[in-house]
Ligand binder design. Structure first.
Ligand code: FAD
Ligand code: FES
Length: 262
């Protein structure tokens, strides 16, 4: 983990209320593994005081990129940043996706800015020789940020403006009808409602599902105890999303115990 004041390379809007911010950091780029996140200070003043957590969306050489929605004070400040501005970044944080192992196909399911960790994960899986499919959903086509890096993408929109009409669970069902569910793992990131529905779907079919959780975070490094999620298995009652997560086997956690950021 590093704390660095980096320089912003690019700040732009890529879809309806979807923005990206890119900066240069050789150390963070080199150290980050799929599914890890950064805790970023919106500005140097005390208001807002807390850092904001963002998954690493892209790594190219020394260039690191996040993707985000404007939902409050911190993200609105990020959207006002310009190339050359400084940014105080802490990371990489959290435990990466557990994506190694013996299986043939990885289906990466994302909703909204849950797309964030998928390009880095997809590239790592492809390097291991896995077949990779992305299923990405949004309310409408204009909210989909597709920069061409999702491997074998299938889209789902609530209004049918792109791809499957309906949600990503329906699109996954359609995929499995065509391709079968043998030797497959699902990795997912998105709103808790989506993860909950996907968890029910995968549990009912015995499909392994790993979810990347988002919740309110303050310190991001296990000190404030502000990000507990209840465990559904094992001896431990709670874990901290920032240090033990954010990536969990869906069966190990009680998703409803997590305060939602959505
Ligand atoms: C691991 C992880 C990865 C994420 N990745 C992404 C991503 O890639 N893209 C994306 O758009 N969003 C992501 N999020 C969600 C993102 O962190 C929030 O949307 C963001 O913090 C919103 O900040 P804001 O100031 O705009 O919103 P606001 O709602 O104004 O502020 C929310 C933030 O305030 C702080 N806060 C407020 N109340 C409390 C409290 N009671 N206790 C502790 N802290 C509090 C926290 O820092 C919280 O994150 C991720 C969250 C997590 C945990
Ligand atoms: S955010 Fe402080 S312990 Fe997790």
């Amino acid at each position: 983990m590093f704390q660095e004041t980096v320089t912003i390379l690019e700040s732009r809007q890529v879809a309806d209320n979807v923005h990206t911010l890119a900066f240069a950091s050789e150390r963070i780029a080199r150290a980050t593994r799929p599914g890890q996140f950064l805790n970023i200070k919106p500005n140097s003043s005390l208001d807002p005081l807390l850092r904001r957590a963002y998954s690493v969306h892209r790594i190219e050489g020394d260039r690191v990129e996040i993707i985000y929605n404007i939902v409050g004070q911190g993200s609105a400040i990020f959207a006002s940043k310009r190339p050359g501005d400084p940014l105080d970044v802490l990371g990489p944080l959290g435990v990466p996706f557990h994506y190694e192992g013996e299986y043939a196909t990885a289906v990466l399911v994302s909703g909204g800015v849950g797309i964030a960790p998928m390009p880095v994960l997809g590239a790592a899986l492809a390097a291991l020789g896995k077949r990779v499919i992305n299923i990405h959903g949004a309310r409408t086509a204009g909210m989909i940020a597709n920069d061409g890096r999702l491997i074998d993408p299938r889209f789902a929109t609530d209004d049918g403006s792109l791809g499957f009409r309906g949600n990503v669970v329906g699109a996954l069902g359609q995929y499995l009808e065509q391709e079968g569910a043998a030797d497959l793992r699902v990795f997912a990131c998105g709103p808790n409602r989506m993860l909950s529905a996907l968890g029910g779907f995968c549990n009912a079919r015995g499909i392994a599902l790993e979810v990347s959780l988002e919740c309110q975070m303050a310190c991001g490094i296990g000190i404030c105890q502000g990000c507990p999620v209840e465990m559904g298995t094992g001896d431990r009652k709670y874990t901290l999303v920032c240090t033990h997560g954010p990536n969990y086997d869906f069966r190990d956690i009680i998703l409803d115990s997590l305060p939602s950021v959505h």
